[in-house]
Design a protein around this ligand. Structure first.
Ligand SMILES: [Zn+2]
Length: 114
């Protein structure tokens, strides 16, 4: 389950940022996760609740925004949204020269601290 490692990364980044800001408690952490990371939202919440115990994020809510993948065709410029299983072929001109625009994100958007 790679969500455990991802949750640990988010937690340590959030704690570092909170400590730098002089906080003693983290209330909420907002993150954006692209669907192509293959992170399961439920598993991420499960991992988060397991690892936050005993830290300043013990009661912190993890708000996850899942982001669809978007690609753009290099031939015709068409842009479209898709899931992790499609997107290799342009639905407009059937070309295979496509560039991924979004879908691999894994970032902390904001942290609410006290
Ligand atoms: Zn195209």
């Amino acid at each position: 389950m790679h969500e455990m490692g991802i949750a640990e990364g988010i937690l340590s980044s959030a704690i570092t940022a909170a400590e730098d800001a002089g906080a003693t408690k983290i209330n909420e952490v907002d993150i954006t996760v692209g669907v192509l990371t293959e992170v399961m939202e439920d598993a991420l919440h499960f991992a988060w609740e397991a690892i936050r115990t005993g830290t300043m994020a013990e009661a912190a809510v993890l708000n996850v925004t899942m982001l669809d993948a978007r690609s753009q065709c290099a031939d015709c410029g068409h842009e479209w949204g898709h899931d992790r299983y499609s997107g290799a072929q342009c639905p407009s001109c059937s070309g295979y020269l496509v560039r991924l625009l979004t879908g691999r994100e894994l970032k902390i958007d904001s942290i609410d601290i006290d």
